[in-house]
Design a protein around this ligand. Structure first.
Ligand code: GBH
Length: 459
């Protein structure tokens, strides 16, 4: 197939913010340098069978040692902004107490390097790397962790607020709570429903506390936000069971975050059905609903839901109503995730309708595909390019329908440690050779660069 040619994306204004995204544990390596202590992911990676090929983030993309070259790479892509996360156990080993100056200095240098190159830094304070010592004290199911998070956020904010305009608190609390504490496929690998429910509440509380603390300390205005992973939920059919399953999936996946964040209450249809209540104390919902400025949207795919299992039962063995995800019948990525750009438009228009007045930025969108580099390391990734093109078109369509989407960060800048999938799955628009650490922009990166330029210039 001929390479997909870049063309301006109609409907995205010249002021639209273009970026690339990464996270600390997925790229940095240098896991025990300059005073960094283990996070829950360092521990989880050592649990037999937890991560594909027993991979870990000890070296990853060695970004900690290659930061200036990586910033030059970002610059070469022609983007406006770079979204990265700060490693909590690097900045505040053990998760409490004084700052570790050597760890914080890395982000200080990174911010300076980005600004020197005209790239706007977008800081994520927490992308899943809880200090192990805090997990040993109970982790996110324990209320104190929310207060520890606010203290840590303050340390980062005080150092960087003079140069960083945008601070987002959490990346995808759904993943931290459910994949970490209920399903157990992410760190810390626990499996307890009540712990996951408590984790949801304490993550949201930590977000609110941190946002309030940062705002109270600011010496100039900032943009504060949170990033949620969101899909769409549609019923497989119009039966009452399938519609109920869809309501529950949407409630647990989206509304239990956005309702307290925006309206100061958990959704009543969900709380009335929960066997374990959220551990809400007086005043918590006021803290959680403290105003913020931008909603980070991470979108990968949409899902359908059925209220019956494959045998037709409406309840499982423990008497709980069935909520069965049925993936749309479309082509899939290497993650086996369906490719559903129309659902992206649907999600953004729905967010605009149900949670009005909240500017949105796409903080992650992208795809893994089986990449075949040539002898120079170049990857002609037609499928990833097409994924980006159709999903950017979906964003433009949502804007035309009124959704206030102001920017887009491709996930990811480069191939990296894909959590439980290790290094086997590649989401980068830049190829990484893990033997040599050579970075080679893929065709999708060249397409992205040209699309940005042409959309900015409108021709
Ligand atoms: C993001 O997680 C992460 O922020 C990022 O670090 C990661 O590398 C990237 O995506 C790629 O995975 O099938 O029940 O899990 C996205 C995780 C994947 C969570 C899709 C929700 C759908 C529901 N999301 N998933 S389920």
């Amino acid at each position: 197939a001929a390479p997909l040619l870049a063309a301006p994306i109609a409907g995205l204004p010249p002021t639209f913010q273009w970026g690339v995204a990464t996270s600390a544990y997925q790229i940095e390596g240098a896991a025990s340098e300059d005073g960094r202590t283990p996070s829950i992911w360092d521990t989880f990676c050592r649990k037999p069978g937890a991560v594909h090929d027993a991979d870990n983030g000890d070296v990853a993309c060695d970004h900690y040692h290659r930061m200036p070259q990586d910033v030059a790479l970002i610059k070469s892509l022609g983007v406006d902004a770079y979204r990265f996360s700060v490693s909590w156990p690097r900045v505040q080993p053990g998760g409490r107490g004084p700052v570790n100056p050597a760890g914080l200095a890395f982000y200080d240098r990174l911010v300076d390097e980005l600004l020197t190159n005209g790239i706007d830094p977008w800081v994520t304070l927490y992308h899943w790397d809880l200090p192990q010592e805090l997990e040993d004290a109970g982790g996110w199911p324990v209320r104190d962790t929310a207060y520890r998070f606010a203290d840590y956020a303050t340390l980062v904010f005080e150092k960087l607020q003079d140069r960083v305009a945008t601070f987002t608190t959490l990346n995808e609390p759904w993943c931290s709570a459910w994949l970490g504490y209920q399903v157990g496929v992410h760190a810390p690998g626990r499996q307890n429903f009540g712990d996951a429910i408590a984790a949801v509440h304490h993550l949201l509380l930590g977000h609110g506390l941190a946002t309030q603390r940062m705002r109270s300390l600011e010496t100039r205005p900032h943009t504060y936000g949170i990033t949620l992973n969101m899909g769409t939920a549609d019923p497989v059919s119009d039966t009452a069971e399938d519609r109920e399953a869809t309501r529950r999936a949407d409630g647990m996946g989206l509304r239990i975050y956005l309702d307290p964040l925006r309206h100061g209450r958990y959704p009543e249809d969900i709380t009335s059905e929960l066997t374990t209540p959220f551990p809400v104390q007086d005043g918590d919902l006021e803290i959680i609903s403290t105003p913020f400025d931008v909603l980070g949207v991470n979108f990968y795919f949409g899902q359908n839901f059925a209220g019956t299992d494959e045998a037709g039962n409406t309840h499982d063995a423990s008497g709980e109503p069935v909520v069965r995800a049925v993936l749309p019948d479309t082509p899939r990525t290497a993650m086996d995730w369906p490719i559903t750009p129309d659902r992206f438009t649907q999600l953004l228009v729905r967010l605009h309708r149900d949670y009005p007045g909240l500017p949105m930025v796409i903080t992650e969108n992208g795809a893994a595909f089986p990449d075949n580099p040539d002898s120079t390391g170049f990857v002609a990734d037609e499928a990833r390019t097409a994924y980006l093109a159709t999903h950017l078109k979906a964003v433009a369509d949502a804007r035309l329908q009124g959704a206030d989407v102001r920017g887009y960060f491709a996930w990811s800048l480069m191939d990296n440690f894909e959590w439980a999938e290790g290094y086997a799955k590649r989401f980068g628009i830049v190829h990484v050779d893990y033997e040599t650490q050579a970075r080679t922009p893929k065709q999708s990166a060249l397409w992205y660069r040209d699309t940005i330029t042409r959309t900015r210039e409108g021709r």
